[in-house]
Design a protein around this ligand. Structure first.
Ligand code: RB5
Length: 144
């Protein structure tokens, strides 16, 4: 499985936690930056990760910014992307089980390494339940 990863400056340090966890757990990683803590604009990185997932180059994506809100808004502008902000591990499970989310967004300024690791564990060990959730997810389409 290949995972696209990106952040902004606020998410850079936590991105290293994400990358280390992915490496330890045997995932291939496409780190789309940034590569230091210089100030950058989160939509630029959110778009790159979203394109990598939407184009099928990566199986899913992880995005981080200070709140996780900016990257989720930006990633969700790309057709085919269902980016979910997970403030705790349970959100990550439900985002996969109910929403078939394909990008996990993390709030770097409002979490800690242990929570990030548990959130990643939940994300990768959960899958879409289909059933009643399928028709709902299918209704999520650009409408204008
Ligand atoms: C950067 O200061 C901050 O605005 C950004 O990381 C993010 O939280 C935006 O949603």
């Amino acid at each position: 499985m290949k995972i696209a990863v990106g952040s902004d400056h606020a998410g850079f340090a936590s991105k290293q936690t994400v990358i280390a966890w992915l490496e330890r757990n045997g995932y291939a990683i496409n780190d789309l930056g940034p590569y230091n803590e210089e100030s950058v604009d989160y939509p630029d990185y959110a778009r790159e990760v979203a394109f990598a997932v939407a184009d099928g180059l990566c199986d899913s994506g992880i995005l981080l910014c200070g709140t996780g809100i900016g990257v989720s808004i930006a990633a969700n502008k790309v057709k085919g992307i269902r980016a979910a902000l997970a403030c705790n591990p349970e959100f990550a499970s439900l985002a996969r089980q109910h929403n078939n989310a394909n990008i996990l967004c993390l709030p770097a300024r409002f979490t800690d390494p242990a929570t990030i690791e548990q959130t990643l564990h939940n994300w990768f060990s959960s899958s879409f339940e289909g059933g009643r959730h399928e028709k709902r997810v299918n209704k999520i389409e650009p409408c204008c």
